[in-house]
Every structure is written in C-alpha cells, then in structure tokens.
Unconditional design. Structure first.
Length: 343
C-alpha cells in the first residue's frame, strides 16, 4: 500500500482521515503543530504504521523532506473553526492559511520534481464555503468558478486553495484531487486554544460548530435554547468517518485524478429541525422544545446544498451514516466533555 503524508493530522477531520487510511492498510505520516487544540491523544498513536511529526506546515524544508518520502500528500492543515472564527479571525484565516497552502505546494512541487520523485499526487481539502455566494442549488462541481466569489475571508481562501491546486498542475504538472467536505459531525473536538469568547444566551460557544454547540447548550440546561438567526439555515451534516472514507477514495481512485468532488450526505436538514431532534434525544418528549432567535452572523450562509452525483458516478462513493446515528455517538461524547470541563 501507499505511504501518505497528512498535514493537520491532529485536527478534527485529520484524525478521522488518519484512522481511515490506517484501516485501509496505508502507512501514514502525520504532521501538526497542535496550534488548534493543544496536544491530543489518538487511538492510533502507537500503530506501527503511523509516524507523527510535531512541526509547522509553513516550514518548506521540513514539508519537502516528509513529502519526498511519501506516495501521496493529503493537504489538510489550516487555521479553521466555526462561524465565529470567520468574523473574529478574518485576517488570520486568510494570511495564515495562504502561508500554509503556499508552503505545502512548494514542498509538493519539489517532492514531485516533474514526475521524477516518489510523490504521485496531492489531495487538497477545500470547503463547502467556496459556494458561499451561490444563488442556485444544489451546488455542482464547477459552480465555484461561475458564481460570485465568497464574501468571507475563510471562504475566499478555501477557493484560493483550489486555484493553487489547478495552477500547480497547469504549470508544473503536479497531479491533484480537490475534496470539498460538507459540515463534518463527529467526536474528538474540544475547546480551541485562544478561542474567541462568544456567548449564545448564557452559554459560551465551544467550537462555534452547530452540532456540538447545540448539544452542549442543552446539556448545560439552557431553556429556551438560543439559535443564531431563524433556524431556517439548511445544512448537510456529514459523519466524520464518511468524510474520511470519501477523502481516502478520492486519494486512491484513478478516476479522481485532476478532478474535484463534493463529499457530503444527500440529506438536507434545517438548523431548527436539528435542534429539535437533539432536544428530544436529551430531554425526551415530555419537555417542550423552547427556543429563541439571536441575531445571525453576517456570513451565516442560508443554504449549503451540494450535488453528490459526481462522487457517486465517478467514485461509487456515498455518505451513508444518518444524522440520528451521528447524534447517538456525539451526544454522549459531549456530555462527558462537559463533565470533564473540556467544553
């Protein structure tokens, strides 16, 4: 099997990706500087096929050394967070992530060396936010270059990641696949280091990601539940394990070469429906669901609805985990994190 470099391996999605790659028999080299959550322990830390490097992904020399000894590079490192990050860290998201992607591509180009090196391909993690300004749905691969550019600096930078991938291929022949995950749901997140304090009612947001934050507010007894906006925002909540499987397929599949894919569940869910489902799972049906609307953020996209037809047709990939199943895993994990004081 292949040897794979994964940047951002200690991150939320990165952890799922490493686990999936090891399950599929690959050797994995992970790199992270622990800047998001601090040091974290993973179930695969002692796996003989896993090597972890504490390092900065903007270090071109280090990244070149690692990538030169790998067949694949999954470029996932980024300064990332939920919706409060888009506003609190507008410049840092743009500047830091541009440095990371530029260094990653510089290293990959040196490791690839016009096809003479070991590295075969880079799989880039983009984001559903590239479709932030669309006015039609579902969002199909290719729409990102036809609709107006994202308004948030985070969405704009993720679109820039895709331009880096395509430009490196056009000029130097570096093979690529672009992956756009939609609304990852899973376990493993904790409060970010340096988290910008944002209150939602009487509760501080933990990650500014909708599922864990709704869960922790209800677990902490918030009643009525505070939601951003009217709750009519549509999302496609996709299990971290499904996203990791989709990313691995994108890396491995020969027909993914120099292509881009939306990786997501097909199921649309409003924030209000999500909140009521979580409320019922925690409180049962005897306690009425009460909620109030807080002022929304400027960049709170009202609809993120992907087309997943291309991933099905080309890769045979489908995200199959239901929202109900995801919540049955996430809710107990958040409960324990609240007890432990991590959220």
């Amino acid at each position: 099997m292949s040897k794979v470099l994964v940047s951002g391996s200690a991150g939320f999605i990165g952890g799922y990706v490493v686990e999936e790659l090891l399950k599929r028999g690959h050797q994995v080299v992970g790199i992270d500087n622990y800047s998001k959550y601090g040091k974290v322990t993973k179930s695969y830390d002692d796996n003989a096929n896993y090597q972890f490097v504490i390092g900065d992904c903007t270090d071109v020399a280090l990244m070149t050394e690692l990538a030169s000894d790998c067949d694949h590079f999954i470029a996932g490192a980024a300064l990332i967070g939920g919706i409060s990050y888009f506003h609190a860290y507008a410049y840092d998201l743009l500047a830091s992530n541009e440095r990371i992607i530029a260094a990653s591509c510089d290293a990959a180009l040196k490791a690839y060396a016009s096809g003479t090196g070991r590295l075969k391909k880079v799989t880039y993690l983009s984001s559903s936010m590239v479709f932030e300004s669309t006015d039609h749905w579902p969002s199909v691969e290719g729409d990102e270059r036809k609709v107006p550019p994202p308004l948030s600096s985070y969405g704009f930078q993720k679109l820039a990641v895709e331009y880096f991938a395509i430009a490196a291929h056009q000029q130097y022949g570096l093979p690529y696949t672009i992956v756009r995950p939609f609304n990852c749901v899973g376990i493993g997140e904790s409060r970010a280091l340096g988290e910008h304090e944002v209150l939602s009612g009487n509760v501080q947001l933990a990650m500014s990601h909708v599922v864990p934050d709704i869960v922790q507010k209800i677990v902490k007894g918030q009643d009525p539940l505070h939601l951003l906006g009217a709750g009519t925002q549509i999302r496609h909540y996709t299990y971290g394990g499904d996203l990791a499987r989709g990313i691995a397929v994108c890396m491995e599949h020969p027909d993914a070469l120099n292509e881009d894919f939306n990786i997501s569940t097909e199921e649309s869910t409003t924030v209000l429906a999500l909140a009521e489902l979580i409320w019922t799972k925690i409180h049962g049906t005897d306690k009425p669901f009460n909620w109030i609307s807080d002022d929304p953020y400027e960049y709170d996209v009202q609809k993120r609805i992907p087309s997943v037809e291309k991933a099905k047709r080309v890769l045979g990939f489908e995200a199959t985990t239901t929202l109900d199943t995801m919540l049955d895993e996430v809710i107990p994990w958040i409960r324990q994190a609240v007890v432990d004081g991590n959220i």
